[in-house]
Design a protein around this ligand. Structure first.
Ligand SMILES: [Zn+2]
Length: 405
């Protein structure tokens, strides 16, 4: 019998319109994530379209964007302050999307954002420059928080070993930190860029609301998991104190109850397009793409801040059979920038390309050998996705071009 990992659907079904499959997992509250967690995954409907493609249709055909922008103006009016204080928080590392959110809020809609940054595991030169440009060319106050590197490294290692998810410690930051800062500074509005529904990372029904559900960053359980381990186990293993783990802990209901903090997506109110965000960020905040093509894909301006980004997408490819190029190309297919056939050709060329540029840096960061890396990697492969052919691993299910592409 085929051993299927992570609760993924055993039969792999590709979307007929983009390059995604029913293996794409939904986003979860990471403090509940264990090595035995079963994943909810993106749905493909009876016509063969995935949730993300259906959301793209919904954006195109059903949403009245003029009305949505009016709703935005009304909503912002409720929060705007003119007494010199901040009225909203924008979370970001200086990437194109957060840069556009902050810039539009401040210069188009007259808000007074405090931008907050949870530092990547290891900033790339491009990432650092873009953070500086955001502040210096865009013109923003920014609060950069960098976690205790000793703790972050161990957590990255545990997340890699237990969950095959070395990017998880950064996820704690981007999901929790902005709201924690909102609570701390008594700011009532937190704005993110594109809704999770844009990528099919939440059920389509959640696209009805402009706000992010509290379940993604609030967790009241006694059992908090970090890197797939109970926080008490982590403390014991590494002699960490409560204080060492504080930045990674979820928000508790009691901390946010009656505080009226609202966490929303600008991409719910305005028609979001990552390619346009790139042009916008370049024009208004001096955002620069990387000087090399990003490994695993054909572009050079998405998720380029962290030296671990490439490894993150590679782990996704191993676990779910979906690599970095599949994500980028699917998004561009939905936005009408390329055809599906072009997307498949790009996928054939780049998906799963090994992230060698910062590989050694990542091994050093997690303090593991290359052998250990491959041992953990091979253990993370699910039998319904991978088979060994002539001593090499190969994907079992390959996406083919169909006649309408
Ligand atoms: Zn699709």
């Amino acid at each position: 019998m085929t051993k299927v990992k992570y609760g993924l659907p055993e039969k792999i079904i590709y979307c007929k319109r983009c390059l995604m499959s029913n293996q794409k997992p939904h986003s979860v509250n990471e403090t509940t994530h264990t090595s035995t967690s079963l994943k909810e995954t993106m749905k493909i409907d009876s016509s063969g379209a995935c949730d993300a493609c259906n959301y793209a249709d919904y954006k195109k055909n059903k949403i009245n964007w003029e009305k949505r922008e009016n709703q935005l103006v009304t909503m912002l009016e409720k929060y705007r302050k003119n007494d010199g204080s901040y009225d909203c928080i924008v979370s970001g590392s200086g990437g194109k999307d957060s840069v556009q959110v902050a810039h539009m809020l401040k210069y188009k809609y007259g808000m007074h954002p405090l931008t907050v940054t949870w530092a990547p595991h290891m900033y790339t030169d491009a990432g650092k420059k873009n953070l500086e440009s955001w502040i210096n060319i865009g013109g923003f106050d920014n609060l950069l928080f960098t976690t205790n590197g000793k703790v972050m490294k161990k957590l990255t290692y545990e997340a890699f070993k237990n969950l095959y998810f070395p990017f998880q410690p950064f996820k704690f930051g981007i999901k929790f930190w902005a709201t924690k800062m909102a609570l701390k500074f008594n700011i009532k509005l937190v704005m993110y860029g594109e809704p999770y529904a844009e990528y099919g990372s939440t059920p389509l029904s959640e696209a009805e609301a402009p706000s992010l559900d509290l379940k993604y960053f609030v967790n009241d359980s006694k059992n908090i998991y970090l890197g797939g381990m109970l926080d008490s186990e982590l403390k014991k293993k590494y002699n960490f104190s409560n204080n060492d783990l504080l930045p990674f802990m979820p928000i508790r209901s009691i901390d946010i109850k009656n505080k009226n903090v609202n966490v929303e997506y600008l991409g719910w109110y305005i028609n979001w397009d990552p390619q346009k965000a790139f042009y916008y960020a370049s024009e208004n905040c001096g955002f620069m793409p990387d000087d090399e093509r990003t490994e695993g894909t054909y572009g050079k301006y998405s998720s380029i801040d962290d030296k671990i980004d490439g490894l993150h997408y590679f782990t996704h490819y191993i676990k779910f059979g979906l690599g970095r190029c599949s994500f980028d190309a699917s998004q561009e297919i939905r936005n009408g920038h390329i055809t599906r056939a072009e997307g498949i050709a790009l996928k054939d060329k780049f998906d799963g390309e090994f992230p060698s540029r910062y590989f050694k840096t990542c091994l050093d960061y997690m303090d593991i050998t290359e052998d250990k890396f491959w041992e953990i990697t091979d253990k993370a492969r699910s039998e319904h996705i991978w088979a060994k052919k002539d001593n090499d691993w190969a994907l079992k299910s390959i996406l083919k071009i169909n006649k309408n592409d």
